[in-house]
Design a protein around this ligand. Sequence first.
Ligand SMILES: NC(=O)c1ccc[n+]([C@@H]2O[C@H](COP(=O)([O-])OP(=O)(O)OC[C@H]3O[C@@H](n4cnc5c(N)ncnc54)[C@H](OP(=O)(O)O)[C@@H]3O)[C@@H](O)[C@H]2O)c1
Length: 348
Amino acid sequence: MSSTEQTQHTGEPQRISTVELGNNGPLVGVQGLGCMGMSWAYGPTDADEARATLERGLELGVTLYDTADAYAAGENEKFLAPFLKAHRDEVVLATKFALGVDPSDPTKRIINNDPAYIRACIDASLQRLGVDTIDLYYMHRRDVNVPIEETVGVMAELVAAGKVKHLGLSEVTGGELRAAQAVHPIAALQSEWSLFSRDIEKEVVPTAAELGVALVPYSPLGRGFLTGSFVSADKELDPDDFRRQQPRFTGDNAAANAALLEPVRQVAAAHGASLGQIALAWVQQQSQAFGLPVVPIPGTRKRSRIEENAAATRITLTDDELALVAPIASQVAGNRYADMTFTSAGRE
Ligand SMILES: NC(=O)c1ccc[n+]([C@@H]2O[C@H](COP(=O)([O-])OP(=O)(O)OC[C@H]3O[C@@H](n4cnc5c(N)ncnc54)[C@H](OP(=O)(O)O)[C@@H]3O)[C@@H](O)[C@H]2O)c1
């Protein structure tokens, strides 16, 4: 399947199918769009092309647009505002609170789940985005000093106040998800999930399936590494590119991990697809394996790539192909973050 797959009569690419986002959540395209890279983390952006990518997503049936107040300190939310003004009813808008960058050291993160902070965050996000309501509001990271019941209680107040429609959590454990769900229905859990990052399959994904919570895999392309577009972050990417801080993309780990893509290459050749499309098809297919809705949010700033990524929703891997790529994750050298205490894996 190629990025130029067209319907016979209209010349337009096919629209992707839809799925309910869990616990009476909104109907969304089975693949969403990560908007972070449009303002942050992955080097310089062509703003016009990024805006065109937002528009192209809707034409393809991509409706779940993902941002956070942390992305470029609110600039990513502001970047989305004109697009939202034009398309508010077509977009299922997701943003997040709880994560900040330490002003004295941009490599360090600050996590805050305090009730007063959350109440301030929602108003600031609504203002930057230029909207009255957020469709899906996530706790981006868990502050272990604040009981999750208290945090979700404050989030539920935001639903009651009409500022938020549905609740989500990011990088929480299965136990934390269960505790949260007892306070208010959780529509979606967003965590890293890809051919390279499968730690959530042990506890988090089965708990989400049991509770009717959808999984929204972030970095489903392994931050671009699974597409084969770069190997060594420290040699190939910009000095301030976030991936230079990630152990698996640097030094000796990077070359060793690039070699792990060989089976993905074989599967891609069999489908006439790209490596990235196989990575996306694999994570999407985990929906059947675990019995829950899975809506990956690959990030791209380019129209050609959102077309390629959306086309991956129509690829199905055979059992043999699934078996071929299954051993990859356990062989990956280096963690997905330099500081794993910010992830659910550090608390399971
Ligand atoms: N909850 C969390 O803690 C958390 C953490 C990280 C990310 N996120 C969210 O998840 C979204 C996706 O994750 P991510 O952006 O980190 O990683 P990703 O989706 O795995 O990969 C994004 C990278 O892949 C490149 N790419 C995309 N499509 C491609 C294609 N078809 N061929 C080649 N390269 C391609 C992008 O470059 P171009 O942009 O140049 O195409 C970008 O560098 C983010 O945008 C953000 O909204 C959430």
